[in-house]
Ligand binder design. Structure first.
Ligand code: DP6
Length: 326
């Protein structure tokens, strides 16, 4: 029996400037560029084994065999990998996350980044970082940003091969910390893929997209010069703009919970008192509270006293997707 096997690890990332809406939904070519950093303590670990005798792909997530839409998405992705490699062979995929999925921590980002690296390596493709980022994007747009190291920018591009992400600074460049305040463990009702398709139904989307270059420029410069204040204002504005689009889409997407709002208001109050701290939210009710290492314990304590927070994950800036021993 012929077996081709590789394992990889990848981190989720938190977007400082968000990806919301696609020019090409199938290829996941976004309408605007985005900037993020990887989250070091959170990860997906994935082993892919192509086995000649397998009649179809099989997927295990955290030890449980998975079917339905989760499997379908992985099969479509593996079809693309098989096409690239010119090989018709099915795989067993074992994937493990050390954080809850579906609540606003981008599990699809780390999942498809780890899957891209493990699957392409196992099947014998030797892809460059750029090619890996393009490949990961086909599985989940934000996964393109979980391939490179540290702080990352995804250039939207126009075609499959020019829509990819690159590192704009290593993880050691700035000691930011993301405290992820989990307010619910419930699986979100409308995920990102469905959400991207609704973006254009909001009259605010075109204004958000038109202004993105300005926000990207400011955040890129703020990262370069470690200017927290400049970054904070744009990060909060960008998150608010994306959620304004979500709330004004048809049907409306309303991810904020009561405790999400309480956290955001407190964060603004803490920043006004001189602490480098800001918030951002993805397609879920959890709030990512970003600060620096020096203040992370103090902010953790402050967050812990807010009622409604179920759990807080702490993550510094993380590295790139990498192969690990099988
Ligand atoms: C709100 O990458 O999860 O987190 O391409 O359909 O998998 P798909 O969407 P996904 O969208 C992420 C949306 C976001 C913002 C961001 O991470 O940039």
């Amino acid at each position: 029996m012929k077996k081709l096997s590789s394992s990889a690890i990848a981190h989720p990332n938190i977007a400082l400037i968000k990806y919301w809406g696609n020019k090409n939904q199938v290829l996941r070519i976004p309408v605007n560029g985005s900037i993020s950093f990887n989250l070091d303590s959170l990860f997906t670990k994935t082993q892919v084994t192509f086995i000649s005798e397998l009649p179809s792909d099989i997927l295990f997530i955290n030890g449980h065999e998975t079917s339905g839409s989760g499997l379908d998405r992985v099969v479509s992705f593996l079809n693309f990998v098989r096409e690239l490699a010119g090989k018709q062979i099915f795989a067993q995929v074992n994937s493990e996350n050390n954080f809850p999925v579906g609540t606003g921590i981008a599990s699809s980002a780390s999942a498809f980044a780890a899957l891209s690296l493990a699957a392409s390596n196992a099947i014998g493709l030797n892809l460059s970082e750029k090619e890996l980022s393009c490949l990961a994007r086909r599985g989940s747009g934000s996964a393109s940003r979980s391939i490179p190291e540290g702080f990352v920018e995804w250039f939207p591009g126009e075609t499959h091969s020019d829509s990819f992400a690159v590192s704009i600074a290593p993880s050691t460049h700035w000691d930011l910390v993301d405290l992820v305040a989990v307010v619910t463990h419930e699986h979100k009702k409308v995920g990102s893929t469905a959400g991207h398709k609704l973006a254009n139904t909001s009259p605010l989307q075109s204004a958000r997209v038109e202004d993105t270059k300005r926000r990207l420029d400011i955040v890129r410069e703020a990262i370069k010069y470690r200017d927290f204040q400049a970054m904070a204002e744009m990060v909060e504005l960008d998150s608010n703009m994306m959620h304004a689009v979500m709330m004004t889409s048809s049907p409306t997407l309303m991810y904020w919970e009561k405790s999400s709002i309480t956290i955001m208001k407190n964060v603004q109050k803490w920043r006004a008192s001189g602490i480098p701290v800001c918030y951002t939210m993805d397609a879920g009710p959890n709030v990512h509270v970003i600060t620096t290492k020096d203040y992370s314990e103090e902010i953790h304590q402050k967050l812990s006293s807010i009622s409604g927070i179920k759990k807080i994950f702490t993550a510094a800036v993380g590295g790139k997707a990498r192969l690990i021993d099988n």
